[in-house]
Design a protein around this ligand. Sequence first.
Ligand SMILES: C[S@@+](CC[C@H](N)C(=O)[O-])C[C@H]1O[C@@H](n2cnc3c(N)ncnc32)[C@H](O)[C@@H]1O
Length: 235
Amino acid sequence: MHTMLVGQRSLATQRRGRHVSGSSAHPDRMAPDLAVALIYDYTQPGDLAVDPFAGVGTTLAEAVRGGRDAYGVEYDPGWVALARANLALARRQSGIGHGQIVRGDVTRLPAAPRRELRGRASLVLTAPPSSATMPVSPRSSARHNRVDLMDGITAALEECVPLLNPNGLIVVVSRSSRRTPVLLDAVAADLSLLAVRHAAYATMRAGRLVAGRHHVDGIRYDDILVLRPRRGRRP
Ligand SMILES: C[S@@+](CC[C@H](N)C(=O)[O-])C[C@H]1O[C@@H](n2cnc3c(N)ncnc32)[C@H](O)[C@@H]1O
């Protein structure tokens, strides 16, 4: 089994100079070293990477730093503003890739990206939200603007499938304890599971392991699910 070690540098070190101030308010950011490793594993320079749950834009910014193009969607306007600033920072630092983040509900992609990005993405790389429900745009009634997390992730992945090119992959990162719901979602969205990888982080302070909220014996594990649309589901 392949475990990616992405905690050799502390998260603070990984983020220094890569995230604008204020980004640390986001409770669930991806480790930049993990985003970089996955982007380099699954894309080439010039490719398009999409993050439907973009948060403060960690994956988008790392794609742009690596000379890829990036497109992201995020529901919360505050995170969108920070993601925009993080993307601008990455663009100033690398000067190669182009990134765009839009405020919206990824379970209902706006018509423009749906049309313009169709068949273009090499990678959908994302860490879905973690609460029991997630916000969506009101459908029939303004009172029903949250859906069960699993339904929401399934809808989001289904919206992303048409954006993939014929070799495109979906890579979902989630804490190990959340694997089952994500897997169930993947199946519901009619995706094949190609690989399960793991990422391990250990936080060290003064030479000692520091136990965090999601750590087992001082180490936090994330599951990385590598998925692709089943045959017949291609756009
Ligand atoms: C785990 S966080 C992603 C963090 C991101 N990888 C980063 O490093 O900043 C999941 C994000 O999904 C967003 N979200 C939840 N529901 C959404 C929806 N329907 N459409 C778009 N984004 C949504 C949340 O606001 C949250 O920022």
